[in-house]
Design a binder for this molecule. Structure first.
Ligand SMILES: [Cu+2]
Length: 116
């Protein structure tokens, strides 16, 4: 009877352990990134696809970037910085003038361009 108890206990233990492991390994973050067009979308998504990032998507209408990443490999701030390096302001890191000026004219969101 005792050994039967063990047999039931072990699978439950592993199930709980695996779940907490998975939760600590992956995180999701959403923040605002300035941009106006399809080219911006490509640039923003490529820029933020750095080491530790599993999946990302930028929505043109809401200008929100969602990233699924591994917090052990990359920090939230590094994600903001990676996008800003390519000329796109985020809600916490502003792109340098130098990086911004490298953008093509159709992507110049600071000049009051509408989403197109
Ligand atoms: Cu653009």
């Amino acid at each position: 009877m005792n050994s039967l108890k063990y047999l039931l206990f072990i699978p439950i233990y592993f199930l709980m352990f695996n779940q907490s492991e998975a939760q600590s390994k992956i995180d999701t973050v959403t923040f605002k990134v300035q941009g106006v067009c399809k080219m911006c979308k490509e640039r923003i998504e490529n820029a933020s696809l750095i080491k530790g990032v599993k999946w990302n998507e930028w929505d043109k209408q809401s200008r929100m970037l969602t990233i699924i990443y591994k917090p052990k490999k990359v920090s939230e701030n590094e994600l903001h910085q990676a996008v800003a390096n390519f000329g796109h302001d985020t809600d916490s890191v502003k792109a340098t003038t130098e990086a911004y000026q490298k953008l093509p004219m159709c992507c110049e969101y600071r000049e009051g361009q509408e989403t197109h």
